[in-house]
Design a protein around this ligand. Sequence first.
Ligand code: MG
Ligand code: MG
Ligand code: MG
Length: 303
Amino acid sequence: MSKIFVFGHKNPDTDTICSAIAYAKLKRLKNFDAQAVRLGEINPETEFALKKFGVEIPEEMHIFEGKDVILVDHTEIKQSADDILKANIIEIIDHHNLGDIYTRHPVFVRIEPIGSTSTIIFKMFRESNLDIDNKTAGLLLSGILSDTVILRSVTCTDEDRKIAKKLADQLNLDLEKYGFELKKAKSDILSKTDRELIKSDLKIFNRINMGIGQVEIVEDIDEKRKKTLLEEMKKIRKEIGCDTLLLMLTNIIKQDTELLVVGKTDLVEKAFKTKVENNRVYLKGVMSRKKQVKPAIEDAALL
Ligand code: MG
Ligand code: MG
Ligand code: MG
């Protein structure tokens, strides 16, 4: 039996890393030879979670040609391994819109409109009547809390809430307290360069020819920093060859987003029915790229 590699998207976030590790574990419990790997550097939030539960960082890997792979937390070619279409995709587990990845062979796909891939992995453990050990429980809880912004995002469902509570109970953890510890580790923006901030959670979407990054903050970013961020975004937009590059500055306390915009602005203006002024748009109550920003822009592109 050949080895199966399980991985999430580029610029990995906590849900991508944790769901890959947990799902590889589930596959091993079912006697498959499965290993979680990653497509890039992990962020400080993920590092914090792995340390907390005593789990090793998965190996970084980039060449998958001819290998059996399972994708978690993404279905977009641009977000996956560069040679993904030459790999043998055997399963996809995700919670995003169905993207543009296609397969040569029939494939097991499970996509649910739910707060995190980690939530789906929890359900798959339960459906297989497998116990969830504490390390895995910690990973799944971290994935859920990270992706749902401590159960506050519009993407969060009752199922996510119920499962997060179960996991927190198993671990004897205060859900809110652990969630904020996790987010604090991520929102350490002062120690990062502009380039690191912009690229740390950047996703590229082929169909709208756009890059959308997101930074979670607990305090507003000052004007000076926004200006240098915008300058760096202009360079990065050219490098990735997209029409537009957006950076969501999402304040998880105020639960709003300031959108920094470089490149073409027409779709953004249409999507949010407002002018882009000074390269920015304020979006009250917006926290989710997946549910509130990207679909609005895609709809605007279709009009
Ligand atoms: Mg993700
Ligand atoms: Mg996710
Ligand atoms: Mg995410």
